[in-house]
Design a protein around this ligand. Structure first.
Ligand code: NOJ
Length: 731
């Protein structure tokens, strides 16, 4: 068996090498036949007229395809439409090079899964891989080859709307999720007709936009780049991601799209990335208003010289690169390298063998929104729900209880699929009202309560009447779907409109109020936390949101999600995240001259890693098998977790480590491992983590990844704020 396995590994290595040799020979031959215009055409990407996120510069994109000015198109899908466009390229251009079709398939294609931030709260890597796999199955059945995902920007400022698109604030968890999503999209081989080439974005440090304002300036050190923002990109490169998208922001005063340190030194040389680099939407053009390029032509030169291969939507290479080459401002070698990398991706996808292989209408009908995909969406949606509060076992609801279901999200469909919901059709989303009616026929009274963001009180009285007549109120509040995502930063993070007022009025009736939240970012909701009987964070759970939430509310599914992002009490605490530094004057309630606020606590409303269950778990103190680790050795940390409640439940046991003294100051704790376990009532399990040196290492001042001898604190618990600890020495 072992021999067979070794043989299989050697064989697959050999086949990969043979594939690369064939591909390189093919690409070299093709490149040798190409004119400069044809090469620049391959470096040019335009949107079709379907979806745009910025100015659509080329309404004549079909002519561009015909004349070979464009090598890739985004925002076009369906087997029929992509076939039509592909035919224009293959039948009209001299070398018949197929088009590459890209799209933002972020959290599902037509079957929509929870927004990425929500899904990350499942901490379930297999499920996240599965949802990306299903998205790829559906998107590829609709003619798409390439997705602009995963979005792996670490984000610690909930004002930034794009926090909804990533996996939260943590680098370690974010890296595991990033790799799982790449595996899901790209499957076993890009050659298969149900896989998508992934494009990890936005490279780099986009999530550190100052004041949480989208597209704003970023100013972080190289050490922060390496320790915090880069690892998820590295994880994607290691997982074989096919492409990388540059970001809109600057790094060290140089826009990322023209930043050769980021693209050449870090991405290509250090991380050994072999795929191609595409810009974000007109991000070369934006180097002019950034104040880095005097005009478009210079911006194009700076981008190409920095290592960009493909221009998204800017038309900069198309309009300027020939002249830049004549003037010696760019080299033919750089152009050839860019084209090589793009053609190699098309080859890997099998497009030269069959340019229409993804345009299969029969498969499209069978695969898109199949029952199996909808079932998976419901399963993953309920795993993404985070129970934030549950006083006096208000939840789960009983089917005999009279429920007043109130709020602008209680029967809403549009918001359920969130932003960046690609080809998702919100009219097919399943809202909460019918799903609850199915559980408890005749027991649900629905009332809208108010609109999401205006101040009309017209629905209040009916809502109050429904509440008055009920046993329990389920109040669905939140943000509209387009209040997070791109270009959707908010300076105030309370509930929009008069939703808070609606809550206050209903709560005064004295009935238990269960608040079901739908939102794309952490909200500042201290009053809700103080007064609601239960709070359920559901994000935007996708097509099957309603049934999934009903499953949780009625106890068909015991919630197991844990926050992957901290909830501040108020905006003034931002940024607040679990792995901050200790400072030289750590918080001391009795000493004014320590790091704190006069008018607010330091700790957040809900910490990273937090999430309740209908059952309860008790943790034993952490024990270590030794007090010292020698080079190359291991320390085993253990805790015993017991289910001391009434329900079978799933717990995510979290391991955090602190390096007490370093050559650079280190965070107060960092997630380094986790395990998901399921326990029946009364059951217990010992969970162990083997800690090795690599888990203690960080990028030091010289950007070397090293563990430093000294004391380490090991913390284990059910969330980042509630752990027990023990220490050991690294010798
Ligand atoms: C701009 C966004 O920043 C990026 O995430 C997206 O992939 C592109 N537009 C294409 O739609």
């Amino acid at each position: 068996m072992k021999h067979l396995l070794t043989f299989a590994i050697i064989l697959s290595g050999f086949l990969a090498q043979a594939h690369a040799q064939d591909r390189d020979a093919f690409v070299e031959k093709l490149l040798g036949q190409m004119t400069l215009d044809e090469k620049i055409g391959q470096m040019t990407l335009f949107t079709s007229d379907w979806d745009v996120t910025g100015p659509s510069l080329r309404p004549q994109y079909k002519d561009d395809i015909k004349t070979g000015k464009v090598g890739a198109v985004f925002n076009a899908y369906t087997a029929k439409y992509t076939r039509e466009l592909q035919r224009i390229a293959v039948e009209n251009t001299r070398l018949k090079i197929p088009l590459l079709f890209g799209y933002d398939v972020i959290h599902g294609h037509q079957t929509i899964f929870p927004i990425s931030l929500g899904e990350s709260c499942s901490w379930d890597l297999q499920e996240m891989e599965a949802s990306a796999r299903i998205a790829a199955e559906e998107a590829s059945a609709q003619g798409l080859h390439w997705t602009y995902a995963p979005m792996v920007d670490i984000a610690r400022d909930p004002r930034w709307g794009r926090i909804s698109e990533g996996a939260g604030e943590d680098t370690y968890l974010g890296s595991l999720i990033a790799a799982a999503r790449v595996r899901g999209f790209q499957g076993k081989s890009l050659k298969d007709n149900n896989t998508l080439a992934a494009c990890v974005k936005h490279y780099a440090v986009y999530g550190a936009a100052q004041a949480g304002r989208d597209y704003h300036t970023v100013d972080v050190s190289r050490q922060t780049l390496y320790n915090t923002y880069l690892p998820p990109f590295k994880a994607c490169v290691d997982a074989g991601v096919a492409s990388v998208m540059t970001s809109f922001n600057e790094f060290e005063g140089i826009p990322a799209t023209g930043n050769s340190y980021l693209i050449e030194d870090v991405l290509r040389k250090d991380l050994q990335f072999k795929g191609f680099v595409v810009t974000d939407y007109t991000s070369i053009n934006e180097m002019v208003p950034h104040g880095y390029s005097k005009d478009d032509k210079q911006a194009g030169e700076q981008a190409l010289n920095a290592g960009v291969d493909m221009d998204m939507q800017g038309g900069i290479f198309m309009n300027n690169t020939k002249k830049s080459l004549e003037e010696g401002k760019v080299t033919e070698k750089d152009i050839n390298d860019a084209v090589r990398r793009i053609l190699a991706a098309k080859y890997d996808l099998g497009l030269f063998e069959d340019p229409y292989k993804y345009c299969d209408e029969e498969r499209e009908k069978r695969v898109v929104m199949s029952q199996a995909n909808l079932d998976a969406a419901r399963r993953i949606a309920r795993k993404s729900v985070v129970l934030l509060k549950n006083d006096k076992e208000t939840l789960p609801l009983k089917k005999t209880q009279k429920i007043a279901l109130i709020g602008p999200f209680a029967n809403d469909k549009r918001s359920l699929i969130g932003s960046w919901s690609a080809a998702g059709d919100w009219t097919k989303a399943r809202p909460l009202l019918p799903a609850m009616q199915e559980y408890a026929p005749g027991k649900i009274t629905y009332s809208k309560g108010c609109n999401i963001s205006d101040d009309s009180l017209q629905y209040f009285s009916l809502a109050l009447k429904a509440a008055q007549e009920s046993d329990v109120v389920v109040l669905c509040l939140g943000e509209q779907w387009d209040m997070s995502g791109e270009a959707a930063s908010r300076a105030r993070l309370g509930l929009p409109g008069i939703q808070q007022q609606l809550f206050d009025r209903i709560q005064m009736l004295g009935k238990p109020v269960v608040v079901v939240l739908m939102n794309g970012r952490p909200l500042c909701i201290p009053e809700i936390d103080a007064k609601a009987a239960a709070v359920v964070e559901t994000w935007y759970l996708g097509t099957m949101a309603g049934p999934a939430i009903a499953d949780v509310l009625y106890g068909e599914y015991n919630p197991s999600g844990k926050l992957t992002v901290t909830f501040p009490r108020m905006e003034g605490q931002i940024p607040v995240f679990y792995n901050m530094k200790n400072t030289g004057r750590p918080f001391d309630a009795n000493n004014k001259y320590t790091s704190k606020y006069l008018d607010a606590p330091n700790d957040p409303l809900y910490p990273f890693g937090f999430g309740l269950s209908y059952t309860a778990f008790a943790y034993s103190p952490v024990t270590l098998d030794k007090t010292a680790m020698t080079a190359g050795g291991k320390v085993r940390a253990s805790v015993t977790v017991s289910n001391i409640g009434k329900y079978t439940g799933e717990e995510t046991v979290q391991l955090y480590i602190r390096d007490m003294v370093g050559s650079m100051t280190r965070p107060v704790k960092e997630l380094k491992g986790f395990r998901k376990i399921t326990l029946k009532p009364g059951e217990k399990q010992t969970v162990t983590f083997d800690i090795d040196e690599s888990m203690l290492a960080f990028y030091n001042h010289e950007l070397e990844f090293r563990a430093e001898p000294g004391t380490f604190q090991v913390m284990i618990g059910g969330n980042s704020a509630q752990t027990s600890s023990a220490t050991f020495e690294l010798q």
